[in-house]
Write a protein that binds this ligand. Structure first.
Ligand code: UN1
Length: 504
């Protein structure tokens, strides 16, 4: 463990503020970063305050002013080199994800792969920042739109994807010509430090030390100052709906832009004609993978009455066989929750579910061992139970039984969140019904695939209280750029649009 941290440049106490490879002196509280499998402190960070943030914003702005004039494909080349650095360190970075946030190793490595994929995708995008051209209504006029760099982007990330969610934003922001200020979750500081210390030197080697900056500090001062700052035209925030609501309100108050990726309450519908083997595996990965701590984790499952009871028995049996334990060991499928607070929230949600009439079918147990391990839980529930409308970041699955597909679709949509959704069916009609305009209201809708584990090529995000943002693939790059509509007159007359005459 010590070797791993040393290889990744993580000291016993690191600064909480970085401009390129330069650590700023900080004087805030020293916060320990713990291994959730043992509760032991791995290393610490001395938090930054508003003064360091000011320095970081200035450096970021300065970097932006030069970087925006670098041709986009050349910016792509810098991002390509970052991808190469990630490839070379994939194993160490994946292990660090496992060590600090408790993902099983295959998921830790998968997360770094997601960042590598983002770098590759962004390199391609850097040659495709296309605009449209339109026909002007005026003779000898041409109209088109083009996309320009936006400015320093504030990227706020959550603990659960401490590597990839930053990459979704940063790789695309960089090829778009923006600089990036990263404010990670304090619960995943070491991952942020490792990524920053590996990739900032790549930008620095090209003459842009302020292109990547990192600030770790308390939400009350550093976080608030960051979202209020008018020099930062875009804040991209991933995390709880409560956090996103605050960010959204503050940024809207200064008429800035927000890209929000917030809570989910994702459901899988298992229709009577489903391939039940696939459904079992899809639900298990969705509900139990990452110990239920993905925004895309499956939280609700709706089973057609014809298959419900037999299917639930099999699901319970599968849950009871799941290997729980040290996430770095091969074979483990369920690692720990992130911290004691998460365990408390798991306990509370189960208590509320019981009080609201839910029946625990399996799980509902905090393991008596060091670290923050809990047993994946299935609760027979009714869709109108208030707890089923909330996102609890833990492996708790609410199971409901439906008679008609219409009912299941209505339940799928009847929650405040709108991130991901799935149906398992071999029926063309049911699948298309689910995907139709009056079907799932979520940003992601899958057939015969679980709710989590999206590929980066698509635009990722959701509706309603999930915040409406779209990140990663497709045309998500547009959020990181400003659109300019240009009309050019190459004639010798000055006709006005809409037939207006103004003869002077
Ligand atoms: C998140 O939990 O914030 O689709 C992101 C998935 C991952 C991303 C999850 N690719 O589950």
């Amino acid at each position: 463990m010590k070797d791993l941290l040393a290889r990744l440049g993580i000291d016993e106490i690191s600064s909480g503020a970085w401009i390129g490879s330069r650590a700023l002196p900080t004087s805030g509280a020293v916060v320990g970063c713990a291994d959730p499998s043992t509760g032991q402190t791995l290393a610490s960070v001395r938090l930054a305050g508003p003064e360091q943030l000011e320095e970081v914003i200035r450096a970021s702005q300065q970097a932006f002013e030069a970087w925006r004039s670098v041709p986009a494909p050349k910016r792509g080349e810098v991002v390509r080199q970052m991808g190469e650095v990630l490839r070379a360190h994939k194993d160490d970075l994946g292990r660090l994800v496992t060590l600090e946030v408790g993902k099983v190793l295959s998921e830790g490595l998968g997360e770094v792969q997601e960042s590598i994929d983002m770098a590759d995708l962004a390199v391609g995008m850097s040659r495709q920042l296309y605009g449209l051209s339109m026909h002007s209504e005026r003779a000898s006029h041409r109209m088109y739109e083009q996309w320009h760099p936006l400015g320093p982007v504030g990227v706020i990330t959550a603990f659960n994807f401490p590597n990839a969610v930053w990459a979704w934003n940063t790789m695309v922001a960089l090829i778009s010509g923006d600089s990036v200020i990263w404010k990670p979750s304090i619960k995943a500081s070491l991952n942020a430090l490792a990524m920053h210390r590996l990739l900032a030197p790549v930008a620095e080697a090209h003459g842009f030390p302020g292109l990547l900056t990192l600030i770790m500090g308390a939400d009350a001062d550093v976080g608030e100052a960051l979202i209020h700052d008018r020099r930062i035209p875009l804040i991209s925030a991933t995390g709880s709906t409560r956090m996103g609501r605050r960010v959204g309100q503050v940024v809207a108050g200064r008429l800035g832009r927000c890209l929000l990726e917030l809570g989910g309450n994702n459901a899988i519908i298992v229709h009577k004609d489903a391939d039940l083997e696939l459904a079992l595996r899809g639900i298990a990965f969705g509900a139990v993978g990452t110990a239920g701590q993905r925004c895309t984790s499956t939280r609700r499952v709706m089973l057609h009455r014809d298959i419900a009871e037999g299917f639930l028995d099999r699901l319970v049996a599968l849950y009871e066989r799941l290997p729980i334990g040290d996430p770095s060991l091969p074979g483990t499928l369920v690692g720990p929750l992130i911290d004691a607070l998460a365990v408390e929230q798991y306990r509370e949600a189960i208590e509320q579910a019981r009080a609201q009439g839910g029946q625990v079918l399996t799980g509902a147990e905090v393991l008596d061992r060091p670290g923050f391990f809990v047993r994946p839980t299935i609760i027979r529930a009714r869709p109108d139970m208030p707890i089923c409308r909330e996102e609890t970041f833990a492996p708790i699955l609410y199971a409901m039984v439906f008679d008609e597909l219409e009912q299941a679709i209505a339940w799928n949509n009847d929650v405040p969140q709108g991130l991901s959704s799935s149906i398992f069916t071999d029926g063309f009609r049911a699948a298309e019904r689910f995907l139709s305009a009056t079907g799932s209201d979520c940003g992601i809708a899958n057939v015969n695939i679980g709710t989590s584990g999206a590929e980066i090529g698509g635009a990722f995000g959701g509706e309603k209280e999930t915040g409406g943002g779209r990140e990663a693939g497709s045309d998500s790059w547009k959020a990181y750029m400003r659109r300019q509509t240009c009309t050019l007159n190459w004639g010798t007359d000055l006709p006005l649009a809409q037939g207006v005459s103004f003869d002077v």
